[in-house]
Design a protein around this ligand. Sequence first.
Ligand code: KIV
Length: 276
Amino acid sequence: MYKQLQQRGAERPPVNVSTLAGMKSKGEKISCLTCYDASFAILVDEAGVDLVLVGDSLGMVIQGYDTTVPVTVDDIIYHSRAVSRTLVRPLLVADMPFMSYSTPEQALGNAVRMMQEGGAQMVKLEGGAGQVEVVRYLASHDIPLCAHLGLKPQSVHKIGGFKVQGRENEAAEAMRRDAKMLQDAGADIVLLECIPSELGAQIAKDLHVPVIGIGAGPDVDGQILVLYDILDITPGRKPRFVKNFMIEGGSPLGAMEAFCAAVKAGTYPAPEHCFS
Ligand code: KIV
């Protein structure tokens, strides 16, 4: 019944927002992977991953869509519930799908479902200045939050494809401002996708909350990749930041352990995984 208290003294207690904040202040890198089912959740946990995201990337890697746009709240809840049944130590984050947070009230209703029905401990939404009001509203209701900036895959049809963001000075400055506003509105984590490494480093320095990158260079507080990409399951051309960890890991668990070790040691991402 007092599981939270009993686990506090464990050798590796469950990760929460304070653990992540402490890791940032100590300079310990945060390792994160996506996960969509109970079997992989056991391995991801055993490998030592700190944060697990039930990403709407499941629309592409599980459901076979070309984008994340068709994914629904029910889809995320289904997969999050499966992951939550076997995950023990990592913090479980669930992605809010396209148009599931277009008003503060709608966002709160869906975030509550993801936490109560899906077992999520934090929700993630894509957004910049336009989402500040939603973030403030969720934070005022004590919903733990991750704000996703840079390349926002749910906006793919608006931005005209999956492309590096923040290369021009004006766009980079706007992203720095947005990141600060989202943090100040109550975001507990900021996630940056596909941006120049220098911009990733600046934002990580600007913020006191942890900054997790995917294609955002080595100088952020942690790294996340899509599980199926590190396991080399995804066929065809892959984004520049993807690394196949099966080569050094040799098995699914080995690949996850190799990813964690490389993130902690700062050897992933290497220059060939980064944007300038
Ligand atoms: O949906 C997802 O998997 C994500 C990661 C790429 C960060 O948002």
